[in-house]
Design a protein around this ligand. Structure first.
Ligand SMILES: [Zn+2]
Length: 441
């Protein structure tokens, strides 16, 4: 018996040791999360991003470049990898604004009125005919003119699109599609008419202005599931400077919108890098141009095969208390996947609650940077605390750091980190968004 006893003792000891090890590493992890994600660090990053020095981080200004440089510097210090082995963290792309000069067309020898032609192009002079290899497409009566037209632009192919004459009164509004387009060598020519020509000639002249912009993207490669992506994101652009100061203040600091989300992204990167155990690849993204049309997240989203993106946590305005008070936030599109319930399960016992979006009539799910990937089926949600029925400083000059609650922000960021752990660890994957249930553009 003594031998057995001895053996038992040994077993017990090793179990005990195992328990001790796991308890200490749990405690260690707990201690470390507070070391990394805390109010002081939130304040440090928030202060810089929302400082007057950044002048409201407006897209297409040198001011937003300052913010990009700061974020890239943080990613570098943390030790993130770059996306796709690119040289730096800046994910640069160009937007083009073609200003209309003239257009002319003839279909089977009959001239078309200039007002019935809209050419979306990045080329100053475009001249095409039936031999140019353009695919002929139609927007039929009863269709949603703008969402159909946008589909042709997104397809990134050369199109001659015949727009049914029932759209006569709206046709000219298609030129709005030229307000900002991603730089491309493909063209979409819209002509009001029902019958496709056998022979055609189309010419268009535009004055082309090209502007460059950049997301800031860093990566933590997964240990085993490298090709499965978990994205944490927020937008770092805001509204810039106004020419009509109020009380001597002219800078839209955007401390909450969305320096707060960007701060969260930086701190989550630091946390997951320190943990060093993510099985899936984590991508950290600070988006540009959210306030002027979501171009940054659209460009970013196109770099992925959506089937490989397991989840997207977009973080937008978490600097103030939610309508339920502290230790809570809401998730847009909560009912569209089971991601919210996975997150909530991982937070059991913490006292923190993720609620469904209480402002469904504001269509927040469709309005933020999660929307592009969500439309492709990705469980992509926005996490926020903003009281959209009355956030006092929303899009105002008064959206300053002094109006934010640093402690609560740190708590929210910690909760996002903890809530995502089974997803980051490759153990769980939220259900996909059912694309057919989404409303069109
Ligand atoms: Zn905004």
């Amino acid at each position: 018996m003594p031998i057995v006893f001895k053996n038992k003792a040994k077993v017990k000891k090793s179990i005990l040791l195992g328990l001790l090890v796991s308890t200490t590493s749990f405690l260690f992890a707990q201690a470390r999360i507070d070391d990394i994600i805390n109010a002081k660090e939130v304040e440090r990053i928030e202060k810089l991003l929302s400082s007057d020095d950044m002048r409201g981080r407006r897209t297409f200004t040198p001011d937003i470049d300052k913010a990009a440089t700061f974020i890239a510097g943080e990613f570098k210090t943390i030790g993130l990898k770059t996306w796709d082995n690119s040289e730096g963290y800046r994910q640069e792309f160009a937007m083009v604004r073609p200003k209309f000069i003239s257009a002319a067309a003839s279909f089977d020898g009959t001239a078309i009125d200039q007002k019935n032609i809209v050419v979306v192009t990045c080329q100053p002079e475009l001249k095409i005919d039936q031999k140019s290899g353009y695919e002929i497409a139609y927007i039929k009566t009863g269709a949603n003119l703008f969402s159909e037209a946008q589909k042709f632009l997104r397809a990134n192919k050369n199109y001659l699109v015949l727009v049914d004459t029932s759209f006569l009164s709206n046709f000219s509004r298609l030129s709005g599609l030229k307000r900002s387009i991603f730089k491309t060598d493909k063209n979409a020519v819209f002509v009001l008419g029902n019958a496709a020509p056998t022979k055609f000639e189309i010419e268009a002249k535009h004055e082309i202005t090209e502007q460059s912009l950049a997301n800031v993207v860093g990566v933590l490669p997964g240990k085993s599931k490298k090709n499965e992506y978990v994205i944490f994101s927020g937008h770092y652009d805001h509204l810039g400077v106004t020419t009509r100061p109020v009380n001597g203040d002219s800078i839209y600091n955007g401390a909450n919108d969305d320096a707060a989300g960007t701060t969260a992204v930086i701190m989550l990167a630091k946390y997951f890098k320190a943990l060093g155990n993510n099985e899936r690849t984590i991508v950290f993204a600070a988006f540009t141009a959210e306030e002027i049309g979501g171009y940054g997240s659209q460009f970013f989203s196109r770099q992925f095969d959506p089937g490989k993106v397991v989840a997207m946590f977009n973080i937008e305005m978490i600097g103030t208390d939610s309508k339920w008070g502290k230790n809570s936030a809401y998730i847009t599109g909560y009912e569209k996947t089971d991601m919210g319930s996975i997150l909530q399960k991982n937070l059991e016992g913490t006292g923190f609650t993720f609620y469904p979006d209480p402002y469904p009539d504001q269509n927040l799910f469709y309005r933020s940077d999660n929307a592009t990937l969500a439309r492709l089926g990705v469980p992509a949600h926005t996490i926020s605390t903003a009281k959209m029925d009355g956030e006092p400083n929303y899009h105002k000059l008064t959206d300053e750091i002094s109006t934010l609650d640093m402690d609560n922000m740190a708590m929210i960021i910690k909760s996002v980190a903890l809530s995502s752990r089974t997803i980051v660890a490759g153990k769980e994957a939220p259900a996909r968004v059912k694309m057919e249930d989404l409303r069109s553009f």
